[in-house]
Design a binder for this molecule. Structure first.
Ligand code: G4F
Length: 312
């Protein structure tokens, strides 16, 4: 039997690289599209580089011609396209809103336009990584966010994701493009970038294990609540939506914790394992306003019952 074919944009990131692992394990042939950078950032997919079912291609989602070049190279009539490419750090989007929009919003538009033209010759399916940040601070009466909850984005990042999410829907309805989106709540793993809060905290406590005299950990708003899912589970959900008719789904755990709770859990995890007793938790961190955002999403809680009902 022939391999199924997939393209992952943003393959060097956390979600893209875990999706690559999943698709290769399912027997796909995968093209990974990555931007050329002077310092190679292939750590997350190093183990897959020798795999004969994986080909790394140079492309940038902000450059439509590079997308056309990729699609023209792929000699298959049926392709699954996953767009995980984004400027994904919410705080940084306040400092670099233009770049955030170029990559996250315009980038997805470039992809949709390219797919629209190639759809005449090939059967292409698209998945877009939308974000729970699109809800901003809006929750339904039961304190959950779901597919029907009104979006009230409050960062440049969230507006860019919402623009792309809306375009994705418009291209499905206007041109019949086989495209769907996940409204994805926070995804975490050991591959998470170190400037996201869970990895920043786990890295600190990992180092504290070896050196109990580390300087304090500086954090921002530790009262924020997030719905965290292991990213391997989130990418599995992405793949499942791709096997079903095109429809947008919340991808979430439904479990909510504060950043402080997360840190406390990490502290408790290593407390009994270290040889030199640790200081009390309250003496190990400090609040630095540098890590506050101009606007904060204080609470995210996803209701994933629709995807559970439709796709199990
Ligand atoms: O880990 P974070 O930076 O993730 P955030 O902002 O929730 O965004 C992530 O999840 C979104 C989905 O909901 C994605 F769309 C997005 O791409 C990204 O993957 O921050 C989590 C919370 C925030 O409330 C933040 O203010 O932690 C708070 N926080 C407190 N101290 C901190 C810090 N965040 C970071 N990054 N660094 C801190 O020192």
């Amino acid at each position: 039997m022939e391999n199924k074919i997939a393209i992952i944009f943003g393959v060097t990131g956390q979600a893209g690289s875990l999706l690559l692992d999943l698709l290769l394990s399912k027997g796909y042939f995968v093209y990974g599209a990555a931007r050329r950078v002077s310092n190679p950032n292939l750590q997350r997919l190093q183990h897959n580089l020798p795999n004969k079912n994986f080909k790394l291609l140079s492309a940038d989602i902000t450059d439509t011609s590079s997308l056309v070049n990729i699609f023209a190279k792929i000699d298959s009539d049926e392709v699954e396209i996953y767009n995980c490419a984004a400027m994904s750090h919410v705080a940084i989007s306040f400092e670099q809103p233009g770049l955030t929009w170029d990559v996250t919003a315009k980038g997805h538009l470039n992809l949709l336009e390219t797919v629209r033209h190639f759809a005449k010759y090939k059967s292409l399916k698209v998945f877009f990584c939308g974000s729970s940040e699109m809800f901003g601070s809006n929750v339904d009466g039961d304190d959950f966010q779901r597919e029907t909850t009104t979006f009230t984005p409050n960062s440049p990042y969230a507006t860019a994701k919402l623009a792309a999410f809306n375009l994705n829907k418009i291209y499905r309805e206007a041109y019949g493009i086989n495209t769907r989106a996940g409204i994805i709540f926070n995804m975490e793993s050991s591959r998470r970038g170190e400037n996201f809060v869970t990895r920043k905290i786990t890295k600190y406590f990992g180092q504290l294990y070896n050196n109990p005299f580390l300087p304090k950990l500086s954090l921002g708003n530790i009262t924020a609540s997030r719905d965290w899912t292991h990213c391997s589970d989130s990418v599995k959900a992405m793949w499942m939506t791709m096997q079903a008719p095109p429809k947008d789904y919340v991808i979430a755990s439904g479990e909510v914790h504060t950043v402080y709770d997360f840190m406390k859990k990490c502290y408790e995890f290593i407390k009994d394992k270290v040889e030199i007793p640790l200081k009390p938790l309250e003496e190990l961190y400090e609040i630095d306003p540098l890590f506050y955002r101009p606007l904060e999403v204080q609470y995210l809680a996803g209701d994933a019952s629709l995807i559970k009902k439709d796709l199990g």
